[in-house]
Design a protein around this ligand. Structure first.
Ligand SMILES: NC(=O)c1ccc[n+]([C@@H]2O[C@H](COP(=O)([O-])OP(=O)(O)OC[C@H]3O[C@@H](n4cnc5c(N)ncnc54)[C@H](O)[C@@H]3O)[C@@H](O)[C@H]2O)c1
Ligand SMILES: [Fe+2]
Length: 384
């Protein structure tokens, strides 16, 4: 285990299991909410989840307002709009409903509704100019509907500045939800492509957290369980969306992966994936999935043994980092995901700007092998 000191900070307060959504009235009441802003995207309205939550809250005597102005890779301008609705409607709590996009947008709305300004003012990469998030905010209940980001257990919100086309982060322990309802039944409606991409996001969280300098026995134990669950159940969940056991495994895996990286940080894959989302609107999990094998090869000299162990736990027989990287590509292809940047519309001439953005992304600071703009560019080239 070594003698180095490290941080252990795990934040999850919630309920897990199919049918848990029914408890949202009682849980919101206990959190002190009387009128909730339900932050979601149009899909959550279309498939009836937003109305369902409104109904359960009403049965407990609680009011609600649905705010569905949210896109994939959520925008700062929608955060401002949501905070305005929160205050104008006299809301006193937030229900975040959806995948990582509405959850992150809701986390930021909670900050702006309390402190004013814009999400950019709280950009954790803004150095001394960044405003600090000091707590004392409205209670927030998070209801994930994808199995990927683990945002329900992290201190981060990833927001897109749609004028500059870059993603930035709000980071604070106060961004952790008051309570989480992790109901795998809500993920049954995910189409196969979303299931596959979000599941790969969870896998990449665990793989990245497994090899950082901050990895420790707690983050590693979360990671190991998630490798086993993802190896056993992601393909099943993609092939049969109604498979409740596979869906439950994936909800748990993404939570564990979120807690693993909340403790041990991420790495170069996320630094490379964020610009693909910010500039080219590529789904986050898909961007991660394409870049992961190339980062594994880049990190082989420090992390080979751990990659081999992780991929073996997924049930694949591999002997070295190269085989482990290839197994991840094969796994992504088996669940129907593209494995090259050229397949998703990225061109050689895009790569210089992407690598500049990736170099500015703090996530590669915790990559086990240091990265430069040049080495990040080379990884994009290999992924083309
Ligand atoms: N805060 C964090 O710690 C953290 C970690 C990783 C990723 N992220 C961020 O999360 C975002 C990605 O979130 P995501 O991958 O969950 O996807 P998402 O929230 O963008 O959703 C993807 C698509 O799936 C649809 N969808 C979601 N749930 C569904 C369901 N149950 N049935 C049918 N359709 C459904 C959505 O409407 C959307 O069209 C990115 O912006 C990424 O940067 C945040
Ligand atoms: Fe991610």
């Amino acid at each position: 285990m070594g003698s180095a000191a490290y941080n252990i900070s795990v934040g999850f307060n919630g309920r897990f299991g199919a049918g848990s959504l029914q408890e949202i009235g009682k849980i919101s009441q206990r959190a002190g909410i009387k009128k909730a802003l339900i932050v979601c995207d149009p899909m959550m309205v279309k498939i009836g989840y937003a109305e369902k939550i409104s109904g359960i809250l009403a049965e407990s005597g609680l009011g609600s307002v649905i705010f569905d102005q949210c896109v994939e890779n959520p925008r700062a301008l929608d955060v401002t709009a949501g905070a305005k609705v929160f205050n104008e409607q006299g809301c006193d709590g937030i229900v975040a409903l959806g995948g990582g996009s509405p959850i992150d947008q809701a986390k930021a709305i909670r900050v702006i509704a309390r402190y004013g300004g814009t999400a950019q003012d709280f950009n954790a990469m803004g150095g001394s100019r960044a405003r600090e998030i000091k707590g004392d905010m409205a209670p927030m209940i998070v209801v994930p509907t994808t199995s990927g980001t683990g945002s329900e257990a992290t201190r981060a919100a990833v927001i897109t500045d749609s004028e500059k086309n870059v993603k930035f982060f709000l980071v604070s322990p106060f961004l952790l939800p008051t309570n989480v309802i992790l109901d795998p039944a809500l993920t049954l409606s995910m189409p196969p492509k979303v299931t596959a991409a979000t599941g790969m996001d969870a896998l990449v969280h665990s793989l990245e957290a497994y090899v950082t300098a901050s990895a420790n026995p707690i983050s590693d134990s979360f990671g190991r369980t998630s490798f086993m669950l993802i190896g056993k159940s992601l393909k099943k969940a993609v092939e049969n969306g109604e498979d409740m056991d596979a869906r439950s495994d994936m909800s748990m895996a993404s939570l564990l992966a979120g807690m693993a990286f909340a403790i041990a940080n991420l790495g170069a894959v996320h630094a490379l994936a964020h610009p693909l989302g910010g500039r080219h609107h590529i789904a986050h999990g898909l961007a991660n999935s394409i870049m992961m094998p190339h980062v594994m090869r880049y990190n082989a000299k420090t992390s080979e043994a751990k990659y081999v162990e992780a991929v073996k736990l997924m049930g694949k027989d591999v002997k070295n980092a190269e085989e482990a990287a290839q197994a991840i590509t094969n796994f992504a292809a088996e669940i129907g995901l593209p494995t090259k940047l050229s397949e998703i519309g990225i061109k050689e001439e895009d790569l210089i700007q992407l690598s500049k953005d990736a170099a500015a992304d703090v996530n590669h600071y915790s990559n086990p092998v240091p990265c430069t703009e040049q080495t990040l560019l080379e990884m994009y080239k290999k992924a083309l």
